[in-house]
Design a protein. Structure first.
Ligand code: SAM
Length: 392
């Protein structure tokens, strides 16, 4: 969260807009960590802009593509990311963004020390340093990815990086855990009555699964989970998730399997019409073709079943979200199939884009929890929500 957001949180304006059960999650530990981490990412972004020559290339106004070419970067890979870096600098007035989409860096950029912010984070709450480590890995990979000599996937998902991801996708990391907590509340509500079978997509290292099962256990509703199938594309993540969850929820019929949401779910032995709940934490925005994946989700749901997506949401079209610094390196994230009007760009979607996407793909009763459309006026950096929809 930006300083604006943190002051809104501290002076009570945010609490007035949040449902009562979410207020304790947005405490000083979380808000302070987000504020610091956003500053850290801004400082890393400044360094990347300087070290890749984007600052010199933007002395004269240009589109993001023109600036990428002037800086000698691989235009196809770098255009979106250069646009994101410049839009991020524009948030703090260090770059100018004209109405026609052209950017310009009018004067020399300062070199602000990210390390100073990391030290402050260590004093405030060291659990969030897992996010800093991932941002550092991304920053180190930027020059080669933007020049086209390495892929972001190879740089971020090398086998020796898996430990860093394990710490990042964790309920101990206060910055990441918020998505799991909000998602767990929405998932518990969506699994109403007698419950049924649950399918999780992109379950990664299992922290979202743990949070939702803990929530159901606390509510005495674990028996509502007739079965829980955690799926994930990366076998190494899946193995770790299996180990992380082993023995933790003995009464739950938990199974694990590889599923690529860009492929027909039948290939992963997902039977049509069988799930009361399909759940995903920060996963669906990376679908190569959201229309295709949402159609597969609909097919998997039983009549009246629900889809719950806990997502990082873009508060306003075109506004960069700080964690995109990391994920923009991944092609699947920044360059999915585009669909007007609800998938105009890669990365995170706004609440309105999610609603339009789900309705266009045959879902109804779409809700966004909490109501970002109201919160963003006070806190434009409030970027987490669970989106729930029912198969029509
Ligand atoms: C934000 S992470 C989810 C983290 C997870 N909730 C956890 O606690 O570890 C998104 C996940 O989606 C997975 N993913 C990416 N592309 C996918 C695809 N095409 N099909 C299925 N999963 C995919 C990634 O490997 C990653 O684990």
């Amino acid at each position: 969260m930006s300083p604006d957001a943190s002051s809104a949180a501290r002076d009570g304006r945010l609490a007035a807009l949040l449902p009562a059960e979410l207020i304790p999650l947005f405490d000083e530990r979380f808000v302070g960590s987000c504020t610091l981490f956003e500053e850290y990412v801004h400082r890393l972004a400044l360094r990347v802009v300087r070290s890749t020559g984007i600052d010199a290339a933007a002395r004269q106004p240009g589109t993001r593509g023109e600036i990428a070419v002037r800086a000698g970067l691989d235009a196809a890979r770098a255009e979106v990311t250069v646009g994101w870096l410049l839009a991020t600098l524009a948030l703090t007035g260090r770059a100018a963004r004209a109405g026609d989409g052209r950017f310009h860096i009018p004067s020399a950029l300062p070199d602000l020390e990210p390390e100073e912010v990391a030290r402050e984070q260590e004093r405030h709450d060291p659990s969030a340093l897992a996010s800093y480590r991932m941002a550092d890995l991304a920053a180190a990979a930027y020059p080669s990815v933007l020049r086209g000599t390495a892929s972001g996937e190879a740089a971020l998902f090398a086998p020796e990086r898996i430990g860093a991801w394990f710490e990042y996708f964790s309920n101990d990391n206060v910055i990441y855990a918020i998505s799991n907590r909000i998602g767990a509340i929405a998932a518990e509500r969506a699994l109403h009555g007698d419950g049924g079978a649950v399918l999780e997509l992109g379950g990664g290292l299992g922290s979202g699964t743990a949070a939702v099962l803990e929530r159901l256990a606390d509510a005495g509703r674990l028996p509502a989970v007739r079965s829980y199938r955690l799926t994930e594309i990366a076998p190494s993540f899946l193995r770790r998730a299996q180990r992380r969850l082993a023995g933790r929820f003995p009464g739950v019929p938990l199974s694990f399997g590889r599923l690529d949401m860009d492929r027909p779910f039948g290939e992963a032995e997902v039977e049509a019409g069988t799930f009361a709940l399909v759940y995903g934490v920060n996963t669906l925005h990376v679908a190569r073709d959201l229309e295709f994946t949402l159609a597969e989700v609909r097919r998997a749901l039983a009549p009246g079943g629900a889809l719950v997506l806990s997502e990082c949401v873009r508060p306003f079209p075109d506004r960069p979200v700080y964690i995109e610094f990391l994920f923009n390196l991944l092609e699947a994230f920044r360059a999915p199939r585009l669909v007007e009007p609800w998938r105009p760009n890669g990365g995170f979607l706004t609440p309105e884009q999610w609603t339009a996407a789900l309705e266009a793909c045959g879902f109804r009763a779409v809700t966004v929890y909490p109501d970002i459309a109201r919160i963003r006026e006070v806190c434009p950096a409030f970027v987490v929500a669970a989106i729930t929809a029912t198969a029509a």
